[in-house]
Design a protein around this ligand. Structure first.
Ligand code: HEM
Length: 224
């Protein structure tokens, strides 16, 4: 079967990694745009959240798709790392990076951090399981007042700091990943400037600014 042949080859694993990564990039852009409605007030934000929840099976299809994309993305990263380690069991004694960037060198550990962030984040805002540690006395997690959850969470400076730092990791991951996935899939023209990556830079910076704006605006009292 072609899918199995693809999965077994190194380039196949890279293609799976690139496609799932691009699916996650689309989600992240959509999620960021949706979140910006926090600036439009509680009625708008909570109506948006209620609309998402009202889609029933569609929401679950999207959730299952996202989980599948994330699991495959992480699994391929892990397998490719094992293959790379087996091919070079002894590390370089001297290594002077030529065209690599901070973003490309932090893909593995930054990715692990993002995975931890996503688990924390779902327990924080979707289930409310870890919400009490993030709220002020008297604040309570609500399944309907998403606007209120966001405000009470980010009034606590360390929670805002944690999210802003996590978004820096996302910035780096996207800066390299949005670019390298397109190259893996052979969709970009060969370039004489391997460090030129305009579109992925714009995506990474817009996503970083869009996400970080919310916790920072709450902490500064712009959103309350
Ligand atoms: C400052 C940044 C962020 C804020 C303020 C934020 C806000 C939220 C909120 C309020 C929810 C719950 C929505 C609801 O229950 O209706 C949520 C869910 C979620 N967020 Fe975020 N988010 C941020 C960053 C991210 C990032 C960077 C990712 C992924 C890389 C992410 C992935 C998710 C996922 C997977 C869910 C669960 C969706 C579901 O329940 O089906 N979020 N976010």
């Amino acid at each position: 079967m072609w899918a199995l042949t693809l999965y077994r080859s190194t380039i196949g694993k890279k293609i799976i990694m690139a496609v799932t990564g691009l699916v996650l990039v689309v989600f992240v852009i959509g999620h960021m745009a949706g979140n910006l409605q926090e600036f439009l007030g509680p009625a708008r934000m909570n109506a948006y959240a209620a609309f998402l929840k009202s889609t029933g099976e569609l929401l679950w299809i999207a959730r299952i798709g996202l989980i599948a994309a994330t699991v495959l993305h992480v699994l391929m990263a892990w397998q490719l790392t094992q293959i790379k380690r087996a091919a070079r069991p002894v590390d370089y004694t001297k290594r002077e990076p030529q065209v690599s960037t901070l973003a490309s060198r932090t893909m593995r550990w930054g990715g692990v951090f993002l995975l931890v962030f996503i688990v924390f984040h779902i327990l924080h805002f979707t289930t409310g399981t870890v919400f009490p540690i993030a709220s002020q006395p008297g604040d309570q997690f609500s399944h309907t007042d998403v606007y209120g959850n966001v405000v009470s969470a980010f009034r606590t400076p360390w929670v805002t700091a944690f999210y802003v730092v996590a978004m820096l990791f996302l910035l780096l991951h996207l800066f390299h990943g949005a670019w390298s996935s397109v190259r893996t899939l052979g969709l970009s023209k060969p370039s004489d400037h391997p460090l030129h990556r305009r579109i992925s830079t714009v995506i990474a910076v817009v996503v970083w600014l869009g996400f970080s704006a919310i916790p920072v605006a709450v902490l500064l009292g712009v959103i309350r």
